[in-house]
Design a protein around this ligand. Structure first.
Ligand SMILES: [Zn+2]
Ligand SMILES: [Zn+2]
Length: 201
């Protein structure tokens, strides 16, 4: 994950996740509010568990603040999530909201000089890339065991049917597997017999 924060050689100004901080000015104390809807290019999260899917929009509401060491970005990001209940496997959808606070250090600042390369976000040509910051925060905030409801009873381990769809008192008699095979045969035979008898009137 630390790769995410390593400084790319250049940031594409046309990329909507990239903000230009030049308008902000370098005088400490200056600030600017930024609201954007950013489209997710690569799903955030764990596929088949829960993700902010590709094509979803992340709504960011940020304050950019010029500080001595760089630009401090703080605010919130809200994104839709889709996934699967880990107990009953039903599809689920929801929303994730995260708080962000990230210092993007100036290339010549003390922070930049004294912090490990993979531990600090940097300004590149006065631009900042929100993508890795939002990605890290969102991925951390996603539930590891997503559920459709807090008390989802899940599936019957014997037949795989959802408990909510089963009769109260549902259960399975435990039959020796060798007998189970015989029982199945037994169940099939009457059906076959009746079919044959209808074909031959
Ligand atoms: Zn469930
Ligand atoms: Zn069952």
């Amino acid at each position: 994950m630390s790769d995410d924060k390593s400084t790319p050689a250049q940031l594409d100004a046309r990329n909507p996740w990239v903000l230009d901080t030049r308008e902000l000015g370098r005088r400490a104390g200056l600030s600017r509010a930024v609201q954007r809807r950013l489209t997710v290019e690569n799903p955030l999260g764990v596929p088949d568990v829960i993700t902010v899917p590709q094509g979803a929009e992340v709504e960011v509401d940020l304050m950019l603040e010029s500080v001595v060491e760089g630009v401090l970005v703080s605010g919130t990001a809200v994104a839709p999530t889709t996934g699967q209940c880990s107990r009953c496997l039903d599809p689920i959808s929801g929303e994730v909201e995260v708080e962000l606070t990230e210092l993007f250090a100036y290339p010549d600042s003390t922070t930049e000089a004294t912090t490990d390369e993979d531990e600090v976000s940097r300004l590149v040509d006065d631009r900042i890339d929100l993508e890795p910051v939002v990605r890290d925060a969102v991925v951390l905030a996603l539930p590891q065991v997503p559920l459709c409801t807090e008390d989802c009873p899940g599936l019957c381990t014997e037949c795989g049917v959802k408990w909510v769809d089963l009769e109260p008192g549902h259960g399975h008699e435990t039959i020796d597997p060798r007998w189970a095979a015989l029982v199945e045969r037994f169940d099939e035979n009457p059906a076959n017999g009746s079919q044959e008898s209808t074909e031959q009137p």
